[in-house]
Ligand binder design. Structure first.
Ligand SMILES: NC(=O)C1=CN([C@@H]2O[C@H](COP(=O)(O)OP(=O)(O)OC[C@H]3O[C@@H](n4cnc5c(N)ncnc54)[C@H](OP(=O)(O)O)[C@@H]3O)[C@@H](O)[C@H]2O)[C@H](O)CC1
Ligand SMILES: [K+]
Length: 487
């Protein structure tokens, strides 16, 4: 995996299970648990006092170390003169050594969260192991339905730190303070909507690379792979992209993919389209070359001559010639992006596609195309993408507001997507962009990661009226800021 090693450690996502092991490893290394809990409490209190005015505050404390964080925060806030009350899930919990806190304990039945109140959720964090029920469920449901401001410790209680699924109920936190590294559940499923703003605190837990369950996609991981264009580079040295488009109006998607490949930094792009629409296509391009598509040889001859990468799917149509061309190119094992029609072509017989795919292929389905190609799968979005990548023997980029990328290395979660991307043609642009990075020599997972992030970054800050045609120039300016200029 050619991701930057130091960035892997910085941007790894740690599952709750691995987090518990990292805690224990740090304690075994000589740091007392009480010290870790105090550091966590100090980090939480710092965020809390910078984000909220002094106000009536209730701290819900669970039976584990998440609750211990809450009790330590209670001590610090009481010391700072905050009006704090504490609700203990386990009312028999021994607080004889914390008399200051003990005097603030109130029965759980009195918990009535409302606007103008701050509730610190210290019921469960990484140790949530089952559905909320009974007292715990009652407290969290009340909080979830209230107008109170919630600050969650580590995770909103009820949110699964691995999958982002909700186990019974979970509050809508205004903010979450977590420790050491983000967990997949902060970014997957209901995580983004339930965690609010996530603050990451360093409490001195030792990081080990094999703690990583996944990576949080970030330019640090692959920016070094974006090749700045050197003045004397010949255009074909910077990679060639072949984009196969369909006839007539369907060609629009293919043209978008070709245009995106052209701004990726690839040296040259050829857009192949049936003779009937070649003239129209030529008129709509300047930097992209247009050539007639007569059948599979048109593609294999071009890829044989120019190498690089291919993007199939956007606007390609379901014609036999296009399908034969796709299968013929897959035989050559050059890097390929398969999107849209190239995926739906094989919905009835996915095995016909899977047996031809190779590790330099990137599939870019949305959820609908994914389930029609791979069938219904159990698990989180990340787990489903990993299973699909194994089944296909290729990189699978599963699109959505949170996009996941799975291949044969660590999977990645891309979280900078925005609603603006839900516009027709945005997927065609993404497919073309990834093909452009493949053509420049990036491996499949790296090209998919860079494409997903840059594509989303280009759209961020744009309104709901964003049109896909506007994306390529926006992508060009994002790339300009990311790629170190050569002297
Ligand atoms: N580990 C450390 O040294 C540090 C942890 N930090 C904080 O602690 C939590 C992780 O602590 P942990 O005790 O492992 O887990 P929790 O506090 O989240 O909760 C575990 C206890 O809750 C019970 N539980 C779990 N699910 C349910 C449920 N649905 N209903 C009722 N009770 C539940 C669980 O019982 P079991 O039967 O499953 O054992 C435990 O009793 C972490 O999130 C951090 O906030 C510190 O920050 C640093 C040091
Ligand atoms: K919590």
């Amino acid at each position: 995996m050619a991701f930057d090693e130091a960035a892997i450690r910085r941007h790894m996502l740690v599952t709750p299970g691995a987090m518990a092991a990292a805690d224990e490893r740090t304690i075994a290394g000589g740091t007392e648990r009480a010290v870790l809990i105090r550091r966590a409490a100090r980090a939480i209190t710092r965020v809390l006092r910078s984000r909220y005015a002094k106000q009536p505050t209730v701290i819900l404390c669970g039976p584990g170390h998440n609750g211990a964080d809450g009790i330590s925060v209670a001590e610090m806030l009481i010391e700072a003169g905050w009006p704090v009350e504490v609700v203990l899930l386990d009312e028999n919990q021994d607080l004889s050594d914390r008399l200051g806190v003990l005097s603030r304990v109130r029965p759980s039945g009195t918990f009535s969260p409302r606007a103008g109140m701050l509730v610190i959720d210290a019921l469960f964090g990484a140790g949530l192991s089952r559905l909320l029920e009974g007292e715990a469920l009652m407290l969290i449901e009340r909080l979830e339905l209230s107008q109170a401001t919630c600050l969650a410790i580590d995770l909103p209680s009820g949110l699964d730190g691995q999958t982002g699924e909700i186990r019974g109920a979970a509050p809508y936190a205004d903010a979450t303070v977590t420790f050491h590294r983000l967990k997949p559940g902060h970014l997957l499923g209901h995580g983004p909507e339930r965690c609010g703003k996530v603050f990451l605190a360093d409490i001195g837990i030792e990081a080990e690379e094999d703690d990583a369950g996944a990576l949080h996609n970030h330019p640090d991981l692959w920016r070094h792979l974006l090749r700045p264009s050197k003045r004397d580079t010949h255009k074909y040295e910077k990679g060639h992209v072949t984009a196969l488009g369909g006839p007539g109006l369907k060609g629009g998607a293919g043209r978008l993919a070709a245009r995106a490949a052209a701004v990726s930094g690839a040296g040259a792009v050829t857009y192949l389209t049936p003779l009937s629409s070649a003239e129209f296509a030529a008129a709509s391009f300047d930097a992209v070359m247009v050539a007639p598509f007569h059948g599979p040889d048109s593609v294999t001859d071009l890829t044989y001559k120019r190498g690089g990468a291919c993007v199939f799917g956007p606007g390609m149509g379901h014609g036999d010639a296009a399908k034969e061309a796709l299968l013929a190119v897959l035989e050559t094992e050059i890097p390929c992006v398969l999107d849209a029609d190239a995926l739906t072509l094989f919905e009835k017989k996915p095995g016909e596609l899977f047996e031809k795919l190779h590790p330099n292929c990137v599939l870019t389905p949305h959820e609908g195309e994914f389930s029609r190609l791979f069938g219904e799968m159990e698990g989180s979005k990340l787990e489903r993408a990993c299973k699909a990548a194994k089944k296909a023997g290729a990189v699978v980029l599963l699109k959505g507001s949170t996009t996941v990328i799975a291949g044969d290395g660590l999977p990645l979660v891309n979280s900078n997507g925005s609603a603006a991307l839900a516009t027709a043609g945005a997927g065609d642009v993404l497919a073309g962009l990834i093909a452009g990075f493949l053509a420049q020599g990036m491996a499949a997972a790296e090209a998919a990661a860079a494409g997903a992030y840059i594509h989303a970054d280009a759209a961020s800050g744009q309104g709901p009226g964003l049109e896909a045609e506007a994306l390529p120039p926006l992508i060009a300016s994002v790339l300009k800021n990311l790629v170190a200029p050569t002297h």
